[in-house]
Design a protein around this ligand. Structure first.
Ligand code: SF4
Length: 55
């Protein structure tokens, strides 16, 4: 976070996981996602994603 805004440090791969997993839909990809639904793969958890990243 920088100045209370997310900063991707030029490493974002546009997988959209953060957009879909945010519990309050605070992350948008341009205005067009504001009223769109969110999808979560029921077989993938945050823990799985962290494990994949080596966290
Ligand atoms: S979760 Fe995906 S879309 Fe979100 S910042 Fe990371 S790489 Fe980008």
């Amino acid at each position: 976070m920088e100045n209370e805004k997310p900063s991707w440090m030029h490493h974002c791969e546009l997988c959209l996981a953060c957009l879909h997993f945010c519990p309050v839909a605070a992350i948008q990809l341009e205005p067009k996602t504001k009223k769109r639904g969110r999808y979560k793969n029921p077989s993938v958890t945050i823990a799985d994603m962290k494990k994949q990243r080596g966290e």
